[in-house]
Design a protein around this ligand. Structure first.
Ligand SMILES: [Fe+2]
Ligand SMILES: [Fe+2]
Length: 402
């Protein structure tokens, strides 16, 4: 690659022909002269003259044979190539500091920072506003998420079994069934959103893609745990599925990630901590711990980009409030949390069937509700809600938790 071709010097192609890449050397030589400038080309390939003429015509360069010399031609550099890139523009810069506020639709799938030829198709990515989608935390969160991926087969000691009483095991199976259902919603929502994000916000797409992969693993380990001792899956309630359906139905990027990540997954942080603490067996403790670490990232991104947005858009809080109220109204006639799940949580925390143990389990579930409420209020405060409004809105959150 160090071979220099001095501008204007004859280019000798040796025996290299156009079928083996001669055009690269010819084009490189032409780049050494300005538009209108000339180079001479010589070579021993019998078809060189024919091929050179055809190539020059296609590329818009002048072509003539040099009289009095064999196998020597002259090319005059045309302007087609420079014309082609005349309307080109850089798609921002490659790093996060090169992100623009509103990447245009015609940048489409071009790499950020690439020189984009004019005239390509418009590709509609409707989430294309930096203030809506971006958080400065996104590149770091993505790197952390990529490094923190774990293998369900090896990260969990599936053989670490303890004797769990049959009715406590049934409670675990019921909770796992409920978790899988919620994980499926938590996968579908970011997967849908990421396909709508302009690829210019690459790190956000990457983060959402890894988030979806996290949920895929959560579905996997919770299903495995449910079936670990040969039982059947538990129940799925109409009220639980209604709650999740309203999550899937929210078309607005900010509102969808608010309801899912800030409120739903935020509440799940408390639930997973509860399950880890009260787990009757090591596998349950391990998988709820692994899932909670992942969920903390999902919540962090949701809070970070909404915090950024609420800083630049004073009307955001009103929209968030409306979204909570609308969802609450839509779910007013549904049962909320599956009663089987509530009972299973009590039994799981009780660990035994004495009145004292059940009372302890019940108290623990009440504490869980308080912890979830407290967490939601703190996150709402991060988004700028005053304490009384944060408390009011937290109380309107779905009883299904997610
Ligand atoms: Fe999850
Ligand atoms: Fe999640």
């Amino acid at each position: 690659m160090t071979e220099q071709h001095h501008p204007g010097a004859p280019l000798d192609l040796g025996v290299l022909g156009f079928e083996r890449g001669a055009h690269l050397l010819v084009r490189r030589a032409l780049h050494g002269v300005p538009v209108g400038g000339r180079i001479t080309v010589t070579g021993g390939d019998p078809a060189l003259g024919v091929h050179l003429r055809a190539w020059a015509r296609r590329e818009g360069h002048g072509f003539s044979a040099v009289t009095g010399r064999t196998a020597t031609w002259e090319l005059a550099r045309g302007s087609a190539e420079t014309d082609r890139w005349a309307g080109a523009e850089r798609a921002g810069g490659p790093g996060p500091d090169g992100i623009v506020a509103r990447p245009p639709a015609h940048w489409g799938l071009a790499a950020r920072g690439a020189l984009v030829e004019a005239g390509g198709p418009d590709v509609r990515f409707d989430v294309d506003d930096r203030d809506v989608v971006w958080a400065d935390l996104a590149p770091r969160l993505y790197a952390h998420a990529a490094a923190a991926q774990w293998d369900p087969a090896t990260a969990v000691d599936w053989d670490a079994t303890t004797d769990v009483p049959a009715e406590v095991e049934a409670a675990v199976v019921q909770v796992m069934t409920y978790l899988v259902e919620n994980e499926q919603a938590a996968l579908v929502v970011p997967a849908g959103l990421l396909a709508r994000v302009h690829p210019h916000f690459r790190e956000v797409q990457q983060l959402l893609a890894v988030q979806a992969a996290d949920e895929a693993r959560h579905m996997d380990v919770f299903t495995r745990r449910a079936l670990l001792h040969g039982g059947r899956m538990g129940t799925s309630s109409a009220g639980g599925r209604s709650s999740l359906a309203t999550l899937l139905a929210e078309p607005d990027f900010s509102l969808a990630s608010f309801l899912l990540s800030v409120l739903g997954e935020g509440s799940f942080l408390s639930l997973l901590a509860f399950l880890e603490r009260h787990a009757p067996d090591p596998v349950t403790a391990q998988i709820t711990h692994l899932a909670r670490v992942d969920e903390a990232r999902h919540v962090a991104f949701g809070v970070a980009h909404l915090e950024h947005q609420s800083g630049v858009d004073p009307s955001l809080r009103g929209k968030l409030r409306t979204a909570i109220e609308r969802r609450h109204d839509a779910l007013a006639d549904t049962a909320g949390l599956n009663a089987d799940v509530f009972d299973a949580l009590v039994v799981l925390a009780a660990g035994a069937w004495t009145p004292e143990a059940i009372a302890r389990g019940h108290d623990a579930v009440q504490e869980l509700h308080h912890a979830m409420d407290e967490g939601r209020r703190q996150r709402l405060a991060r988004l700028g809600f005053p304490p009384d409004e944060a408390a009011e809105l937290s109380a309107l959150h779905t009883r299904n938790f997610m």
